[in-house]
Design a protein around this ligand. Structure first.
Ligand code: DX5
Ligand code: ZN
Length: 236
């Protein structure tokens, strides 16, 4: 454990919950990052979603392990680290050391998603796999035996604030059917364009976990926005 790290980190899977809400700090105000994180933690966020972009797999550049390590010192939530980078295997160890709890790798960036997931689990972390909207959903489904999190992108990765793609519910439903048919212990996470209306649609299609950036951090009251998302999904 590094100096300053919270002594007790909440385990991602320890609180049985029907739905998990995961604020994406990509849309937070970085000049007030500590406050932004504290607000969503207080409001009952389940995980903190952290988008790592390398300027190659996606056009934007965001942050690396140094920032994750700094956030680790002020937040006890599980860190859900979404690797939008061309060589994710190089970065498993640095992000694990920085305090990631879940590492999510794009199928498009590795020769073998199942092997990548096993490499993540070998470090004691939860393994996630993800596909872009244009990638056949089978690429994710075939890796399910080695995944703790199956992430279906509901926008093109690369930036926050985009609209939920209409092709998403059918893709979510296909992954849900595969998880249930085999009885996998795997969360079905969606990422992109999630707000009060789309969270309900994604849940009805079979998602149980939801990343939300813009709809939480660009709301006048992020705590209230998070609670309204939870209420909307509970009603779905
Ligand atoms: C997009 C990222 C998302 C993003 C979602 O590439 O993976 O996590 O922050 O943002 P919203 O919720 O604003 O679509
Ligand atoms: Zn993301």
């Amino acid at each position: 454990m590094t100096a300053g790290e919270p002594a007790v980190r909440k385990d991602s899977w320890s609180q049985p919950r029907r739905y998990r809400i995961c604020p994406s700090i990509l849309s937070a105000d970085f000049a007030r990052l500590a406050d932004e994180i504290a607000r969503v933690e207080r409001a009952g966020a389940d995980f903190l979603h952290i988008d790592i972009m390398d300027g190659q797999f996606v056009p934007s550049l965001t942050f690396g392990p140094i920032l994750v390590e700094a956030m680790r010192r002020l937040c006890a939530l599980p860190f859900d680290v979404h690797l939008m980078v061309v060589e994710p295997l190089r970065f498993l160890e640095p992000f694990a050391r920085a305090g990631a709890d879940h590492l999510i790798v794009h199928a498009e960036t590795v020769p073998d998603l199942r092997a990548a997931a096993r490499a993540i689990r070998a470090r004691g972390l939860r393994a996630g796999g993800v596909v872009k909207p244009g990638t056949p959903i089978e690429r994710l489904v075939e890796a399910l035996p080695d995944l703790d999190i199956a992430l279906v992108m509901t926008v093109e990765p690369g930036q926050g604030g985009q609209p939920f793609l209409e092709s998403s519910p059918a893709r979510i439903a296909a992954v849900r059917a595969a998880i249930d048919a085999a009885g996998h212990d795997c969360l079905l996470l969606v990422d992109g364009g999630i707000g009060e209306e789309t969270i309900a649609r994604a849940a009805r299609a079979g998602a149980d976990s939801f990343v939300a950036g813009h709809s939480i951090f660009h709301a006048p009251d992020p705590e209230g926005a998070l609670r309204r998302l939870r209420a909307a999904v509970e009603r779905a």
